[in-house]
Design a binder for this molecule. Structure first.
Ligand code: 13P
Length: 249
């Protein structure tokens, strides 16, 4: 079996530091993880720090939180997929709800970012998820399936990309989705991938939204939950490690 496939079968424990930390905290975190990475290699570990601190990670796998939809040129403030590849990034988050809301990012833009990343062999972590209003209106599945179908590019496979289901109402609220909500949505996403995107039928589906050590075992060992995208609990290495350790071997 090739390396990409072996890796894609492990659960992905990914930290999204958002706009937190500094060079010293990033380096200390990376040092504290060194032993853990060898000891708990039944999961795949990843940290996505702010751009300036990506290079502070030398033990941990490097990821980014966003990238440009363009190749190069007059795009002040943007960072291209080629530059991320140059920095040693293997993954990049795209379409996070904070970017969809605060920066008006839509599915078309996310899809263009996905294309850029794939052309530089970086795996996109494509975030999808409904708002509370959409859930209460009974539209959660419709919203999520549209985001998936419109954000994924044609050359997606089970190995070269990852999906992250992050219900907006569970992000940063301390209130994770229930096990029932998560397994239901992940099951529906799996069925959608099988029926509409056969090459990506086995793509990993992460759950994100208030994942913490106390709920990690329940969420991470559920059907069709192939890892977690963790915000605030990824800032403390003890919590991040405890979440990864909760994955059953
Ligand atoms: P929290 O884990 O802080 O809820 O954040 C989740 C998230 O947005 C990860 O991308």
């Amino acid at each position: 079996m090739n390396q990409a496939r072996v890796q894609a079968m492990k659960k992905l424990i990914a930290g999204n530091w958002k706009m937190n930390g500094n060079g010293d905290t990033a380096e200390a975190f990376d040092n504290d993880m060194e032993e853990v990475l060898n000891k708990y290699s039944h999961v795949e570990w990843l940290i996505c720090p702010p751009f300036p601190y990506i290079a502070s990670l030398s033990n941990l796998q490097r990821g980014a939180q966003d990238c440009s939809a363009y190749d190069r040129g007059a795009y002040t403030g943007e960072v291209s997929a080629a530059m991320l590849a140059d920095m040693g990034c293997t993954y990049c988050i795209v379409g996070h709800s904070e970017r969809r809301t605060l920066h008006m990012e839509d599915n078309k833009l996310v899809r263009n970012k996905v294309k850029q990343l794939l052309s530089h062999n970086i795996r996109p972590i494509i975030c999808v998820g409904e708002t509370l209003e959409e859930r209460e209106a009974g539209q959660a599945y419709e919203v999520v399936s549209r985001q998936i179908l419109e954000s994924l590019s044609d050359n997606i496979t089970s190995e070269n990309a990852v999906l992250a289901y992050e219900p907006v109402w569970a992000i940063g609220t301390g209130k994770a989705a229930t096990l029932c909500d998560v397994t239901k949505m992940h099951g529906m996403i799996r069925d959608l991938l099988k029926s509409s995107l056969a090459t990506a039928a086995k793509m990993r589906i992460l759950y994100g939204g208030s994942v913490k050590p106390s709920n990690a075992a329940e969420l991470l060992n559920a059907d069709n939950v192939d890892g977690a995208l963790i915000g605030s609990a990824s800032l403390l290495h003890e919590d991040f490690i405890a979440i990864g350790k909760a994955v059953e071997i």
